[in-house]
Design a protein around this ligand. Structure first.
Ligand SMILES: Cc1cc2nc3c(=O)[nH]c(=O)nc-3n(C[C@H](O)[C@H](O)[C@H](O)COP(=O)(O)OP(=O)(O)OC[C@H]3O[C@@H](n4cnc5c(N)ncnc54)[C@H](O)[C@@H]3O)c2cc1C
Length: 409
């Protein structure tokens, strides 16, 4: 292979794995160097907070096995990280000291879990959940753990809270905002999630202020919640993630809340692309510049990057979708929640199942489904085709949502 043709992909997550698959399908696997900081081949991240963290025997679900990468001619640099980009010389330096020359460089570096400035991340009983190593650490500690305090009522915090509760732990969730899932779900859905978890015995406190951390023998022994000292057995920080942009910033690429890219995933240097959780892209469904953290976004942006590399540029315009599983709740979302939306409830087959349809300016913009997978699949189709059945029609439980998916003539 001529090194002038090579494609270097930095990151070993969903976006990198899909990009390898798309480029291999286009017959250029032999041009790829995949640089993965983690010592594991790219694997599925969603199970980490669901089945994987619960089951001591579960192994990471690899996107593809070692043999596949070898067959495609993809050179995987496992357990090594990219540390610097030389844009003028078109090369990347790895922690091991290796230098890789590139024609195309793709940053798929994902996010890093946020920490608290006054709380050391190295305390024995303070955890984050971002990768398989984090989940393994938690798995090893379950037997001795009595109680889990979760700081943050977002998706990952709530998934782990539900998992811990299923394992018989006493769980407390502390959220600073006035409701759960504040950044990503409607108030109606947040309420349902809150009630479901509270009914199951989970202690959830909203609008709290957390401060003063008491540390003894490298353990967090207590924290102050609304001025009251509260003992801690184990703490999970579920306070979100920040895009991993350090390489891009060092290389002088435009960055904001992510690496800035155009709709073809090109950064401010046209030889460098960025995809997945780390990419700040021009937006979809009229959103304006946005960064999304979901498997769908990582996969679909990887496909667009592959097309850009193969000289068949596409514009990224996929309808966003996402799922989360928390105890009895299987929540699926399609579209983006607009501001000032009108919400309509579509009943499901029983009380535990329904969908919330959000309209703005008469257009269907987002559907949140709870234990209603058929509604979710139909909603994705409706949104892709930009179809907006009238709310009374869409909320008629006698008629399946999918029957309203008739492509415009
Ligand atoms: C616990 C958990 C549960 C989730 N559940 C869901 C879910 O149910 N549904 C859903 O849609 N999404 C879920 N997500 C989000 C989803 O996993 C992410 O959106 C997706 O993984 C993003 O893919 P990515 O490739 O952009 O980043 P990642 O998958 O995070 O991969 C980035 C990789 O890049 C590596 N890296 C970073 N810097 C370097 C460097 N300098 N050199 C080499 N490698 C580097 C990192 O180590 C990491 O392996 C979950 C995430 C987590 C953490």
């Amino acid at each position: 292979m001529n090194s002038e043709d090579s494609i270097v992909i930095v990151g070993g997550g969903h976006a990198a794995a899909q990009l390898c698959a798309s480029l291999a399908a286009a017959g250029v696997g032999g041009r790829i160097d995949l640089v993965c900081e983690e010592a594991v081949l790219p694997y599925q991240r969603p199970p980490l907070s669901k089945s994987y963290v619960k089951n001591p025997d579960e192994t990471p679900q690899l996107h593809r096995g070692e043999a596949w990468y070898a067959q495609q001619g993809i050179r995987v640099h496992q357990g090594d990280a990219a540390t610097a980009i030389d844009r003028a010389g078109r090369s990347v330096t790895l922690r091991s000291g290796a230098h890789l020359r590139y024609r195309w460089l793709v940053l798929a570096t994902g996010t890093r879990a946020r920490h608290l400035p006054h709380l050391s991340p190295s305390l024995d009983n303070v955890h984050v959940l971002r990768d398989a190593a984090d989940a393994q650490r938690l798995r090893a500690l379950w037997p001795a753990m009595q109680q889990l305090t979760v700081l943050g009522g977002g998706f990952i915090g709530l998934e782990l809270a539900a998992t811990a509760q299923a394992l018989g732990k006493k769980v407390q969730v502390l959220e600073a905002a006035p409701r759960l899932l504040m950044r990503s779900a409607s108030a109606e859905l947040s309420n349902h999630v809150l009630q479901t978890h509270r009914n199951s015995g989970m202690d959830i406190r909203l609008g709290v202020s957390v401060g003063d951390f008491e540390v003894a023998s490298n353990r967090l022994s207590a924290l102050t919640v609304d001025g009251v000292r509260t003992p801690v057995d184990s703490l999970l920080l579920g306070i979100g993630a920040a895009p991993e942009t350090s390489l891009a910033e060092q290389a002088g690429l435009d960055c904001g809340n992510g690496v800035v890219v155009d709709a073809g995933m090109r950064t401010s240097d046209p030889a460098i692309l960025a995809i997945g959780d780390c990419a700040l892209f021009p937006g979809v469904m009229g959103s304006g510049a946005i960064r999304l953290e979901s498997v769908q976004n990582a996969n679909d942006q990887a496909k667009v990057a592959a097309a850009t590399i193969m000289g068949e540029p596409h514009h990224y315009e996929a309808v966003p979708w996402f799922w989360t599983e928390q105890a009895s709740l299987r929540i699926q979302m399609a579209g983006l929640l607009p501001k000032n939306a009108s919400c309509y409830r579509r009943p499901g087959k029983d009380e535990t199942s329904f969908s919330l349809l959000h309209y703005a300016q008469g257009q269907l913009r987002c559907v949140e489904s709870v234990n209603a997978p058929a509604d979710h699949m139909a909603a994705r189709k409706l949104l892709e085709l930009k179809l907006s059945p009238a709310p009374e029609q869409a909320c008629n439980p006698q008629v399946a949502l999918r029957t309203m998916v008739t492509p415009a003539a």
